[in-house]
Every structure is written in structure tokens, then in C-alpha cells.
Design a protein around this ligand. Structure first.
Ligand SMILES: [Zn+2]
Length: 244
């Protein structure tokens, strides 16, 4: 029997790599990486290529939407805005496991926008992944959305995915059954994702998390700090080479 297909939206980071590894258990996987003008896109692309080889993906597609950086406003894409150091988020193992994901999307929207927010990024990524899925007649789209990031970024939340899936029914041609966005990590925090990644054999050592595109992980940006916290709280040895 022909295996069902899934598009996996991959950033090269831990979350999307674990999600793709889970997808691989049931689907023929097609990885999609998008350059939305982020400073780290080359590093991310290299990581996605390695992960793709490791997982034996059927194909890997790199799409450039780098013009999105012209909109400015995000520290991830705008060279005029420095990526903030977030050592204040560095946890000891105990506090890192405290759930921080109880806020819903409405509550988040009322708070101040973090400098690392990329306007409508996940809406754009999922739209593109949906188009790719339609071309492939894929049944599913996997993402690494998770509860830890949903606490700061509403486009990682279950509410968002539910509404996106409802929209998708009207967004594809009538001849094809709409693909479904599947988020296996949506209730998990990063330490739980690292643990799950170890269980399913995800190649965490090949992943790239840093918002900067340097030679090594900077060790101080929000994404690096969350990565450090996750390995520490999971009790898993961190394979990452950090600058600091
Ligand atoms: Zn970093």
C-alpha cells in the first residue's frame, strides 16, 4: 500500500525535528524550510538538510520569502534591531519544568509584542505548507508548535491551529481532501520535547536553535536559553557548542 504523505515544516530546531521524527513513523515525509529573511537562515538550512538525510525524507524543499524582512519590526529579520540577550530566562532545573503555558491567545495579544515576534509568520508558513501539501496530495502537515512558545507567541497555540484547519477546508481545490495540520507537541514544554525526542530517536545533535547565524550557538538569545533550559531540565546531556 502506498504510504500517506506529510509535509513537515522545519526550522532546523529541536521542536520541528522531533515533530518530523514522529511524522516519519506513519508518513512519507517531505520537509519544508522557509527563509523569511531570518538572520539564522543559512544555519537553519544546513540543519534541515542534515535532519532530512538522517530521517530519510522523501524530499526537502527550501523556499525563499526573504523579502518579508523588508517589512522590518522583528529582531529576527531586521538588521537594525539587535536580538535581545535573555539570560534572565535561564532557569535552574526545577523551575524550568513549571508550566508557563496557561495563557490563551487573547490574553497574549493584549500584552506587549516581544521584539522576536515575526508578524504573522506561522500563518504564512502554514499557508505555504498547505499549498505544498495540496500539490503532493499530502494528508498532513506537521509542525513543532508547543505550549512553551504558545505562552509568548499566539501563532503556536491550539486555538490558532484549530482555526487554521477550519480555514483550510475552504483554501484547497474541491477535488482534494484538505490536509490537516498536526501538532504532536502542542501540549508540551521544551524539556518534555527533549525527552520525547530521545525516546523517538530524533537527531537533536543535528539541530540549530540560535536566532543569530553565527559559527556557534550564541548561548544568550531567547532560543539558546530555552534550549539550555530544556536539556538541563530533561536531564539530557546538551550536545550544543555554545559561544557563552
Ligand atoms: Zn542564540
Amino acid at each position: 500500500m502506498k504510504m500517506k504523505r506529510a509535509v513537515c515544516v522545519c526550522s532546523g530546531g529541536i521542536d520541528s525535528t522531533v515533530a518530523a521524527t514522529i511524522a516519519k513513523q506513519e508518513y512519507e515525509i517531505y520537509l519544508l524550510h522557509v527563509n523569511y529573511g531570518q538572520k539564522a537562515w543559512r544555519r537553519e538550512r544546513d540543519a534541515v538538510l542534515k535532519v532530512s538525510k538522517f530521517l530519510g525524507a522523501k524530499d526537502v524543499k527550501f523556499v525563499s520569502l526573504s523579502f518579508l524582512k523588508e517589512l522590518g519590526s522583528s529582531a529576527l529579520t531586521d538588521m537594525a534591531i539587535e536580538v535581545p540577550q535573555r539570560l534572565d530566562l535561564l532557569n535552574d532545573a526545577a523551575s524550568a519544568t513549571t508550566p508557563t503555558a496557561s495563557k490563551n491567545a487573547t490574553q497574549i495579544a493584549k500584552e506587549e509584542t516581544p521584539p522576536t515576534w515575526v508578524p504573522c509568520r506561522n500563518l504564512i508558513l502554514l499557508s505555504l505548507a498547505s499549498a505544498y501539501a495540496e500539490v503532493l496530495r499530502a494528508h498532513a502537515i506537521f509542525t513543532g508548535f508547543n505550549a512553551e512558545e504558545a505562552a509568548s507567541y499566539p501563532d503556536n497555540s491550539e486555538d490558532f491551529v484549530e482555526r487554521f484547519n477550519a480555514t483550510l477546508e475552504f483554501a484547497v481545490a474541491s477535488f482534494s481532501k484538505p490536509p490537516v495540520v498536526i501538532t504532536p507537541l502542542v501540549k508540551l514544554l521544551k524539556p518534555q520535547i527533549v525527552k520525547l525526542g530521545m525516546e523517538v530517536g530524533a537527531p537533536l545533535e543535528l539541530t540549530w536553535s540560535c536566532y543569530l547565524g553565527g559559527e556557534r550557538h550564541c548561548g544568550v538569545c531567547e532560543s539558546c536559553v530555552r534550549r539550555k533550559n530544556a536539556f538541563k531540565a530533561a536531564g539530557v546531556e546538551d550536545p550544543t557548542d555554545y559561544e557563552r
